[in-house]
Design a protein around this ligand. Structure first.
Ligand code: ZN
Ligand code: MN
Length: 137
C-alpha cells in the first residue's frame, strides 16, 4: 500500500504508527522505540527515527518541537493545543478550540500573510500539584 508518491506503508511503519496512535502521552523517539520493540524485537533505534520522519513527512503523525526539550510525537493529527508540565515535563492535549482569530489579529501587527501559529501552554499537572502539597505537610 502506498502512503504517497514517495513511500509505501511497510510493516515496520505500520507498527510504529499503531503504537503512537495507541497513546495520548506524546512519546519521544526513545519511548516509541521501547514500545515498538515489544512487537519487533530486532528493530533499531535508527530505523524508528527514520520512519518517524517519514510518517511525519506523510502527515500521518505530528511532531511537537516547542520548547528546548526532546522532540515528541503525536498520533492525533486534528489541530489542537498542548499543555506542558513545568515540573515533570509531561505533555497533554488541551480541550480547547484552536483560535483562528489569533491568525487574523496577528496580521495587523506585520506585513506577513499569517497562515498558522504555534502555541503551548505551561503549568503544573495534577500529579505534581499533589506532590507539592505533600511536601509542605
Ligand atoms: Zn507534572
Ligand atoms: Mn496532542
Amino acid at each position: 500500500v502506498k502512503i504517497n508518491e514517495k513511500y509505501r506503508m511497510t510493516n515496520q511503519r505500520q507498527v510504529i504508527l499503531e503504537e503512537i496512535q495507541k497513546v495520548r502521552t506524546h512519546p519521544t523517539a526513545d519511548e516509541i522505540y521501547q514500545m515498538v520493540r515489544r512487537r519487533i524485537p530486532n528493530i533499531s533505534l535508527g530505523t524508528v527515527y527514520r520512519n518517524l520522519e517519514i510518517l511525519h513527512e506523510c502527515g500521518l503523525i505530528k511532531k511537537l518541537e516547542l520548547g528546548r526539550s526532546q522532540k515528541r510525537f503525536d498520533g492525533y493529527i486534528d489541530e489542537h493545543y498542548h499543555i506542558r508540565c513545568m515540573q515533570c515535563g509531561k505533555v497533554g492535549d488541551l480541550a480547547m478550540d484552536v483560535s483562528h482569530l489569533l491568525d487574523q489579529a496577528s496580521m495587523s501587527g506585520s506585513d506577513f500573510k499569517i497562515l498558522d501559529h504555534r502555541l503551548e501552554f505551561l503549568g503544573i499537572c495534577a500529579e505534581c500539584q499533589l506532590k507539592k502539597v505533600e511536601k509542605t505537610h
